[in-house]
Design a protein. Structure first.
Lengths: 393, 379
């Protein structure tokens, strides 16, 4: 038997023995994702059991190196693990910004001590991270950020305000862009630091959105301390790391548009009725849905094509710059069409009859997709300048 | 199958790009138009194309072809689109050879496909009647006779009508216009008695026309496959033809877009190049995104042909509808962003918009295929 076949058999029997039955049921909503942290939100006790068991093998982040708490799996093993998990419907044991954002940045830019200190708790789901990027006066123009970090020998003292900090009210630590130098251009003098949110001087206020939820916060720093050993990369070199991470974030957000399920067209055909040839009754809505579905299919093919080109060693092509822009615009279109298809039942806000306003709240939330992580307009600027080579104004 | 080109395909694409740009570009199309060429393409260029094997690129090796599959033919057609190269690649190689493969008997394939692969036989599908693509509405009749069939009717938009030596003719052996059953396919030589070819001059300056069949008698062995049962093979032929046209439109749209972006970096107004204006930058960036989607869906559709996928019909309509939309936008924006010079015959961009609309229309336009796409998706 080949090593890989052995690995598959071992993986299969371990998963069979260790994945709780409740963690083999489909994910219904955000409450089913386990994020971990010092005070984890637990919807079902098995979430923590499953996470701990997987973390022990390094399989919460199976592709990270073993010495940092990952599984050290190569591409083939990773594929087998995913296949075997999918075969029994096993949920991902842990989802967090630590895994999707800070981890990759530390692996790329962190020193050995930082990796050893921060990566294992991420793998074990012990520390929950948030991202301190945007400020009230630094949105699309992120590099004009003003939160100040003053040098105090072995540490910095930080003063300023962040906004749109996702889940800052639930996070234990923050990875934060701060200004360590004001003398050069706005892209210089930015540094990337990590610090504990559980200290005097940190104030967090959730922001209520039009959808009724509060995934974002205003975050205030009043003489907050960050150790110098937690400066990632060189002082003043934070913009490079920021851009690297933004790419990750944009890829993540662009995936929102590809949510599958029953096709909108089939749902609409039931809602509106069909003629004998099979055409749904309202031809205007039908055309809008068909256009949306066609673009979604072509976008899905593009994600697959770019992934295949990358695997084939052709590099992440210029085409990837469209992901964030196109994916979020598609998601907004889908949500608008949802309202048309569901009619009154899609406009509810509360109550069982309306599924607590799932459809309308998703629709409202989707408006933020083309704003967060770089607006569609900023993305178009990037394509025009970096891909098409068009000059600055 | 991975959505990437392999090494062999990259070489083929580069070879096609080099040859067609040099020998069959817009300048040659312009010259053929200005000379009111009867054939609409250069026989010399066609011989060179045949020598490189592209006439048999998708034809199996057993029939004298290269066996590169439709993915290979699609790459060549994309370059045809980029350069607006006039040649029988669409009429004969993409459409007629496919129709013979899909509908023909073994004997017909053995007779005709090697000749097409060698570049010595030009053939074309005679399908459309009236102004719109509507295969099930065919009215042309083929009446059974003592020795075979007698054909009566007229066809339009027959590609390379004036140059084709053989027509694949779709006619009714039973039923009425609107019926799915009763359609049959016949091989009819262009010089058969009662066949009249009427060269028509369309906006794309290519060589298409109408063909009239008046009491045309053919032998029983002119029938392709079974009488009255051509619809399924015809549908597959049209799916493949539309994916090929989508490949052509992909190349055409990309080239029109690149010419436009180049112009944006050259033309100055208000003291700076117009490409620095955000109003134009965002429109160009949006178009770039659409072209990337277009490329992906065409590649997926081409691979579906070679993989004999049951998703072929839906992917064919997806690719054609998407490319109709993108080609329309790329050529319209091309004219608008070129400003006044875009309206002149001297600039090439006009040739692109003209060919785009004819290719869009051929075998079903955006409206036809988006409707079909929705139907195939259950609504």
């Amino acid at each position: 038997m080949s090593d890989l076949e052995q690995f598959r058999q071992d993986t299969r029997s371990w998963l069979e023995a260790n994945c709780p039955a409740s963690m083999r049921t489909p994910v219904r909503g955000f409450e089913d994702f386990y994020v971990g942290g010092r005070n984890p939100e637990i919807d079902h006790p098995d979430q923590k059991v499953w996470c701990d068991r997987m973390a022990e093998r390094g399989w919460t982040v199976p592709h990270w190196p073993k010495e940092y708490g990952g599984g050290g799996l190569d591409k083939d093993e990773l594929k087998i693990l995913r296949q075997e998990m999918a075969a029994i419907g096993a949920r991902r044991p842990l989802d967090s910004f630590g895994i999707s954002m800070l981890g990759p940045a530390l692996l790329e830019f962190g020193n050995e001590e930082q990796k050893k200190e921060h990566l294992p708790p991420i793998c074990r789901g012990e520390i929950r991270w948030c991202q301190g990027y945007s400020e009230p006066n630094a949105g699309s123009d992120l590099a004009s950020l003003a939160t100040r970090a003053d040098d105090h020998g072995d540490h910095y003292i930080i003063n300023g305000q962040k906004i749109w900090t996702s889940y800052a009210d639930k996070a234990d630590w923050i990875f934060c862009l701060v200004r360590t130098d004001n003398s050069g251009s706005k892209h210089e003098g930015i540094s990337f630091v990590l610090f504990d949110m559980e200290q005097a001087g940190v104030t967090v206020k959730p922001i209520k959105l039009i959808s009724g939820s509060s995934p974002f916060c205003e975050t205030f720093f009043d003489d907050v301390r960050a150790e110098k050993k937690n400066l990632v990369g060189d002082e003043g070199n934070g913009w490079t790391i920021a851009k690297y991470l933004l790419t990750h974030e944009r890829e993540m957000i662009s995936g929102f548009g590809t949510a599958a399920g029953v096709s909108l067209g089939e749902k609409a055909a039931v809602e509106f009725g069909q003629d004998t040839a099979g055409r749904m009754a309202n031809p205007i809505l039908r055309q809008n849905i068909a256009q949306y579905q066609l673009d979604t299919q072509a976008f899905g093919a593009t994600l697959a094509r770019i992934a295949d080109e990358t695997k084939a060693g052709q590099g992440l092509g210029a085409a990837s710059s469209i992901f964030k822009y196109y994916g979020t615009e598609l998601n907004k279109r889908r949500n608008e069409l949802n309202l048309s298809v569901f009619g009154e039942s899609g406009l509810g806000w509360e109550g069982e009859a309306y599924d607590d306003g799932q459809i309308s709240r998703d629709w409202l939330r989707s408006k933020g997709n083309s704003i967060e992580g770089g607006t569609s307009e900023v993305q178009l600027n990037v394509i025009a300048k970096r891909v098409l080579g068009l000059p600055d104004a | 199958m991975a959505l990437v080109l392999n090494e062999e395909q990259v070489m083929l694409r580069d070879a096609a790009a080099g040859f067609l740009a040099e020998s069959a570009g817009v300048a040659q199309l312009r010259a053929l138009r200005d000379d009111a060429s009867e054939r609409g393409f250069s026989d010399e260029v066609w011989q060179q194309i045949a020598e490189m094997g592209w006439a048999g690129i998708a034809i199996p090796e057993a029939f004298g072809g290269l066996g590169y599959g439709y993915a290979g033919l699609g790459l060549v057609l994309e370059q045809v689109g980029r350069n607006l190269s006039p040649s029988p690649l669409q009429s004969t190689v993409l459409v007629a050879a496919t129709a013979i493969s899909e509908l023909g008997t073994d004997a017909q394939k053995e007779n005709l496909l090697p000749e097409i692969a060698a570049g010595t036989l030009l053939a074309s599908l005679a399908l459309q009647e009236g102004n719109h693509h509507a295969p099930e509405n065919i009215a042309m009749t083929a009446q059974a006779s003592d020795t075979g069939y007698t054909l009566n009717g007229s066809k339009t938009l027959v590609l390379d009508a004036g140059a084709a030596q053989q027509f694949v003719v779709i006619a009714r052996t039973a039923g009425n216009p609107g019926d799915q059953q009763g359609l049959s396919a016949f091989l009819v030589p262009a010089d058969a008695e009662g066949v009249t070819v009427e060269r028509r001059s369309m906006v794309d300056s290519l060589n298409s026309g109408s063909v009239h069949f008046n009491q045309v008698a053919v032998d029983a062995d002119a029938l392709m496959g079974e009488a009255g049962a051509a619809l399924s093979g015809l549908s597959r032929t049209l799916d493949i033809a539309n994916i090929g046209l989508a490949s052509e439109l992909l190349g055409l749209s990309s080239a029109a877009f690149e010419k436009t972006v180049t112009y944006l970096t050259e033309r100055k107004q208000f003291g700076r190049v117009i490409g620095s204006f955000q109003g134009l930058q965002h429109r160009a960036a949006e178009l770039y995104a659409e072209l990337e989607l277009a490329r992906s869906i065409v590649l997926q559709a081409l691979q579906a042909i070679d993989a004999d996928s049951d998703k072929l019909p839906v992917l064919a309509s997806a690719a054609k509808a998407k490319l109709c939309e993108v080609a329309q936008r790329a050529t319209n924006e091309g004219i608008q962003m070129h400003g006044g010079v875009g309206m002149t015959d001297e600039f090439d961009i006009g040739f692109y918009i003209k060919r785009a609309r004819v290719a869009q229309h051929t075998f079903g336009d955006y409206n036809y295929h988006l409707d079909r796409y929705a139907l195939l998706n259950g609504f």
